[in-house]
Write a protein that binds this ligand. Structure first.
Ligand code: SF4
Length: 315
């Protein structure tokens, strides 16, 4: 009987979203204090602008204290284990610290289309999505608003939010912010775009994407482990996305090998075929056409050959 209660307890613990523990243990309070300190001399992301965002000073992400949110809705186009029957409760944050010139959400990421939003409105969006039946709260492009996300999550948890939190980023995340998120995020879903800084620097606004993303993804995996799916729905863990780029299969190969050796061969990976030349990509000849389907097939083969078996079948 005692062991039955023990196992039941462990199961209940497992299914509880991580931030519920933070709420019950009082951990949120110190995280919110630290988050506000970070904003005062902003080092929320690796760009380390040192502006006072509590006073609405603007750094590279061009976002002051209040996040700009472009939309929120149950999303049925995400990976199947996030979507289930009722959708992934997606909140699109405008602005970006990485700014890929080929971004497929250019209006949102580069042009900041969206509404400046109070933190309490941000938390209310989470609660509305839960009420709609969504399986999770999926924050898209959060790297530059981690402190505000922590504050909004605290209010939402106090008001009854219980579903898993998905952190859906470019991978250009600071270790300091990720450590602040430790114990709050259930599912990390980073992109892993380029394996080499030089190539990344040509197509993004930063010189060190690959170095930062490798460290960030290691830290994410340390916190949540491999993706755990129960009843078809993702509960906890790491899900990596990789967009295959024209003429860059060598980068894809090195990314897959890195994941196997340094993260885990059981990593859940979504290899995405949908590259097309949006944003400013038409000015760069080598990426000015859509990805040939043969390149995508080749990328899948490379992933299997490197030892990855948990590939998303959304293609
Ligand atoms: S979050 Fe924005 S202001 Fe802060 S360091 Fe990053 S780019 Fe700069």
């Amino acid at each position: 009987m005692n062991s039955f209660i023990f196992i039941l307890g462990r199961l209940v613990e497992f299914y509880k979203s991580k931030y519920i523990n933070a709420l019950q243990s009082g951990l949120f309070e110190e995280k919110v204090v630290r988050a506000r300190q970070i904003l005062k001399d902003c080092t929320a992301c690796p760009r380390r602008c040192h502006v006072n965002r509590l006073q609405d000073e603007i750094g590279e992400c061009r976002t002051g204290y209040h996040p700009v949110i472009s939309s929120f809705f149950p999303h049925f186009g995400e990976e199947a284990p996030l979507v289930g029957n009722h959708g992934s409760g997606t909140i699109f944050i405008a602005g970006c610290n990485l700014r890929c010139l080929f971004c497929q959400n250019y209006d949102t990421s580069h042009l900041l289309e969206g509404r400046t939003t109070e933190i309490t409105q941000f938390s209310n969006m989470m609660l509305k999505l839960q009420k709609m039946g969504c399986h999770n709260i999926n924050i898209v492009t959060p790297s530059h608003i981690v402190p505000q996300l922590i504050e909004a999550l605290k209010y939402a948890a106090e008001d009854g939010l219980t579903i898993p939190l998905v952190y859906n980023s470019s991978g250009y995340d600071s270790l300091e912010s990720l450590r602040l998120l430790d114990g709050l995020v259930d599912i990390y879903m980073p992109d892993f775009k380029f394996f080499h800084n030089k190539r990344a620097a040509r197509y993004t606004a930063v010189p060190d994407y690959a170095t930062i993303a490798r460290k960030a993804i290691r830290e994410m995996h340390r916190q949540v482990g491999d993706l755990v799916i129960k009843g078809g729905i993702a509960r906890r863990g790491l899900l990596i996305r990789h967009l295959v780029m024209p003429g860059m299969l060598e980068d894809s190969k090195q990314i897959f090998e890195f994941i196997v050796k340094e993260i885990s061969p059981d990593t859940y990976l979504n290899i995405m075929p949908q590259y097309r030349p949006t944003g400013e990509a038409r000015f760069y000849k080598e990426i000015s056409n859509a990805l040939p389907y043969s390149d995508f097939r080749k990328a899948l083969e490379l992933a299997y050959t490197s030892g990855l078996q948990r590939l998303d079948k959304n293609f």
